[in-house]
Design a protein around this ligand. Structure first.
Ligand SMILES: Nc1ncnc2c1ncn2[C@@H]1O[C@H](COP(=O)(O)OP(=O)(O)OP(=O)(O)O)[C@@H](O)[C@H]1O
Ligand SMILES: [Mg+2]
Length: 182
């Protein structure tokens, strides 16, 4: 995968399949620690310790249409290539947290890429799910919370074309303001 934003799409797809209705995405760039942290936390059905172990195996999937599940192993591999690692923490009925730590300045760290489009795709494709996206660069932060946006929009749906293009621009602007590395 070329961009970390595509890994995020993949991991959030797992959350949606696990019937989460709230997904928190956190990106933290810490230059002094050479750390790029990416965390996706959901309130979906969660996994037993046994299921968690299996989830890291490429030949395990609970999808009915195919026999391999690569989302988590690929993210784990991408993190390890930069001297980091991925950890999985999950509890049945409570939810799942996937945390991937990358070497921020490592030559093999993929760029975050088009995170605005990834977020819009998640938001437009899943109107029933709320997304909180927080991006920290040292001490600066950008925050997007679809619950607040829905409140402000009142009856206008989040997937209205004018709303999505406004959202896309405001995400880009917000990330530029904090100096996010895309
Ligand atoms: N957030 C989650 N909540 C509950 N179960 C999960 C979650 N993430 C992963 N799993 C379980 O772990 C399995 C493996 O996930 P992984 O993303 O690696 O592969 P996949 O989703 O099955 O297939 P792919 O990602 O390649 O389309 C899933 O099939 C699912 O059973
Ligand atoms: Mg997956």
């Amino acid at each position: 995968m070329l961009e970390l934003a595509l890994h995020i799409l993949d991991i959030v797809e797992n959350s949606i399949r696990a019937e989460a209705n709230l997904v928190r995405i956190l990106i933290r760039e810490d230059r002094s620690k050479d750390l790029f942290l990416m965390q996706i936390k959901d309130n979906g059905r969660g996994m037993t310790p046994e299921e968690q172990k299996k989830a890291l195996d490429p030949f395990y999937t609970t999808k009915k249409v195919r026999r391999i599940g690569l989302g988590l192993p690929m993210l784990s591999n991408a993190a390890e290539r930069t001297g980091g690692k991925m950890t999985l923490s999950s509890r049945p009925e409570a939810g799942t947290t996937v945390t991937a730590k990358f070497g921020l300045f490592h030559i093999d760290r993929q760029p975050l890429g088009d995170i605005a489009s990834a977020l819009i795709a998640i938001i437009v494709g899943n109107p029933g799910i709320d997304i909180i996206y927080k991006h920290e660069v040292n001490s600066r932060e950008y925050l997007l919370d679809t619950r607040d946006i829905k409140k402000a929009l009142e009856d206008i749906p989040l997937n209205h074309p004018e709303v999505t293009s406004f959202l896309r621009e405001s995400i880009k602007e917000g990330l530029k303001d904090i100096g996010a590395a895309l």
